[in-house]
Design a protein around this ligand. Structure first.
Ligand code: SF4
Length: 367
């Protein structure tokens, strides 16, 4: 079955069925604006057309194995048509309603995968233990967003103003290193920000990379209208090679900082520096001073992420006091620093825990 997200395929369908050009736009509206992924639900189309489309096409080329829900997150386990499993996590952000004082759903962020597994092998990440299984194609990446928008529509319906609840922020930071599947990530980003499709602003789509220089250079040259986050994790080359062993040797910290500087100069955008806080590895005071020195004067925002412990990896989370002190030291260099609230731990949906079950199952078998 063909996927409908290919404009050429859709145009071919239109010609074969002698449809007016505006019909294409109608189909797109149903998918992207009305958040429908089942042709039977696309009631602005004729019954005949819905049946023709259903016979030839799929909208989401993934099947859903399971959805794990908790108050803060929903984790989606998708299966690709070739039998691989890939995950996405939807995070719910609440705020207190001024009038009722009750907690209300405010916005949702979706973390999507660009690969099945990952070859970067960061020592704190369960996905890295899987190795790389395959690159996802554009339709498999977009399919995650389309499926989740449809899930949100069914679960939450409309806002008070009559518009549909939908994903507001998208981050390429779940399974995989997006810059190692740059061509699919680029095409997906174009869809996400195009007013014809998802119409998300640049600020609301972020590519998070552990530092793959050739693709980062392309990303700058292509002027992709999305934001950039860089997984720093260490302010010096020796420590970075320990934490991000496979690529840090080739793409050294000094070269990476030069590319990131070029990015801020050419775009005027800030870079979000991600930093997983691991006890006695990268959370010491002297490391905080080095981090402050590295980022001082740069258009940078540091995001400290408490490490998520899991049985597959022998590392510990920094304690809260240490994280606060680290934050204070870096702040003293004039660098904005936030500490990320870790969501979804109970469902193994937090950062570094993706592929958790698969890895734990493999390790158990090996024992
Ligand atoms: S943290 Fe990201 S880049 Fe590193 S191994 Fe995990 S998925 Fe890959």
């Amino acid at each position: 079955m063909q996927n409908i997200l290919d404009p050429k395929v859709l145009e071919q369908f239109r010609q074969e069925h002698k449809l007016q050009p505006y019909r294409i736009r109608q189909i797109e509206q149903e998918i992207f604006h009305n958040a429908n992924i089942d042709f039977a639900d696309m009631t602005t189309l004729s019954k005949e057309m819905r049946e023709q489309l259903a016979a030839d096409f799929s909208v989401v080329p993934l099947t859903v194995d399971r959805i794990d829900e908790c108050k803060e997150t929903s984790k989606f386990l998708f299966q690709t048509s070739d039998g691989n499993v890939v995950e996405s996590v939807l995070m719910y952000h609440f705020h207190k309603d001024k009038k009722t004082k009750k907690e209300k759903l405010n916005r949702m962020t979706l973390c999507i995968s660009s690969q099945v597994g990952c070859s970067v092998g960061c020592i704190f990440c369960v996905t890295g233990k899987m190795g790389l299984k395959k690159n996802l194609d554009r339709t498999e990446v977009l399919g995650q967003v389309l499926y989740v928008n449809n899930y949100i529509k069914k679960r939450f319906g409309k806002r008070e103003d009559g518009t549909l609840f939908r994903v507001r922020n998208i981050v390429f930071m779940w399974m995989g290193e997006p810059m190692m599947n740059y061509s699919a990530v680029k095409k997906t980003s174009e869809y996400l920000t195009d007013t014809r499709y998802f119409w998300l602003s640049q600020r609301r789509v972020t590519i998070s990379t552990s530092g793959v220089i050739p693709s980062m250079e392309k990303f700058i040259d292509d002027k992709l209208p999305v934001s950039l986050a860089f997984s720093l994790h260490a302010p010096n080359q020796t420590l970075r090679e320990e934490l991000v062993p496979t690529i840090a040797k080739f793409y050294t910290l000094d070269k990476l900082m030069a590319v990131l500087d070029r990015y801020t100069q050419e775009t005027g955008n800030e870079v979000m520096y991600e930093y997983v806080m691991i006890k006695d590895k990268n959370d010491m005071h002297e490391i905080a001073h080095q981090t402050g020195t590295l980022l001082q004067g740069r258009k940078a925002h540091l995001n400290l992420i408490p490490y998520n412990e899991n049985p597959a990896i022998d590392l510990e989370e920094s304690d809260a006091k240490q994280i606060r002190q680290f934050q204070k030291i870096v702040l003293s260099y004039g660098v904005p620093v936030t500490v990320r609230e870790n969501m979804g731990r109970e469902k193994k949906s937090a950062c570094g825990q993706l592929g958790y079950e698969k890895v734990v199952a493999t390790l158990t078998q090996q024992k």
